[in-house]
Design a protein around this ligand. Sequence first.
Ligand code: NDP
Ligand code: 2IT
Length: 454
Amino acid sequence: MSQSSSPAIEKEVNQFMSGLISRNPGEPEFHQAVHEVAGSLMPFVLEHDHYYKANILERMTEPDRIVIFRVCWEDDQGNIRTNRAWRVQFNNSIGPYKGGIRFHSSVNQSILKFLGFEQTFKNSLTGLPMGGAKGGSNFNPKGKSDREVMRFCQSLMVELYRHIGEDTDVPAGDIGVGAREVSYLFGQYKRLANRYVGVLTGKGLSFGGSLVRKEATGYGCVYFAENMLNHAGDTVKDKTIAISGSGNVATYAAEKALQFGGKVVTLSDSGGFVHDPDGLDWEKLDFLKDLKEVRRGRISEYADKYKKATYHKGERPWSVPVDIALPCATQNELNGDEAKTLIKNGLIAVSEGANMPSDTDAVNAFLAAKTLFAPGKAANAGGVAVSGLEQSQNSLRLAWSHNEVDSRLQAIMHEIHGKCVEYGTQGDWVNYVDGANVGGFVKVADSMLAYGIV
Ligand code: NDP
Ligand code: 2IT
């Protein structure tokens, strides 16, 4: 909810939310994401009456379409397995649908709708012509062999290929979908469509991938933190940092934090977290990359190898006193009590590498304490931004250098920060939640209005 909210605005938000909840029953993550956005947008929409009269919030919270399909595949023992997959094509007002694919046992329609909704705002914030989408499956890749993952990806693409295309919908990775899965998916699309086009991003470098895409979300998250701190007269250098997760986003957030002179003291996975009071160094980072990217191991092995680090089974890292928190694992992984503990321990800034990692109570606690709090749709937009740059390179049939892509990424994160400041400054403080929501909204809403009643 916006910090500038009044009882009249709250009433409008509550009315809008009760309609949304009755139209979308049993979808708590979707309700949560929309509620946050509605809280920011309602004052803006009421002030700019043409949006209100056009019923724009109701229209923007209804996905363009959702494709749901069965994915059958055969495991290594010859058993026939069935999973469900979705593609939520949320909004293509400002460009072809764009957004990742998630493989995780928890995936359901509520989670994919919240992600597709957030993606629409995030993609708008990047300034690139990309609409919002998300897809995924309740397939659990943990413990599966490469061949099983390949068969699953190929089977999924047999249906998905007819719904995507370089000018229609361009998926990418997310939780459980990395270089290996994108490669299988792209290879199968190419066979089915007999077309070699940039229909997925996050591809291998030898077949149309972009330099810096792998690193982009984590790097961008730290660039955003640096922008916020600079704006407040501070810097990431010498700050103590808690990171959650140990996947793609967490690993490259850690790398950039190290490059910026920060001290990363935690990492985690769904089993627990490691606390390393000495902080990560380059050798430990190499170990982490090998552990997670090559061996697909567990973060507890970090504490087996580095004896000063401790492993906390079944716990999350937010009890460790730090200056900066970078939640980079999953939604609702940081609650209100954990936010209050972080604040009590001297927290200065939060930059969300994951999508909606802070729950509603946590966001409210950060805003009430005037913490520098960057919501995921701004802070983790670097990943999809470099996906957009990968699409550009594919269309141009060119490959840009590491420096070219990285400097564009830095510029985009700087511009997103600028938009948040433009729309979110409240007195001597920036409400980055309001800034990102309004900043992402305007372009999409104006396009929808320009198209008429759509
Ligand atoms: P990965 O699959 O590479 O890593 C996910 C990490 O989060 C793993 O350490 C995983 O642990 C942990 N995790 C996943 N689910 C849970 C859970 N329910 N509880 C605790 N830990 C969990 O995914 P990414 O790094 O790509 O994605 C991380 C987050 O960043 C997601 O929210 C994603 O939507 C977001 N994001 C990703 C982008 C990208 O480019 N990849 C772009 C923008 C946002 P475990 O191995 O034990 O499951
Ligand atoms: O949540 C996200 O922004 C992503 N998973 C990346 C999407 C993309 O198309 O690169």
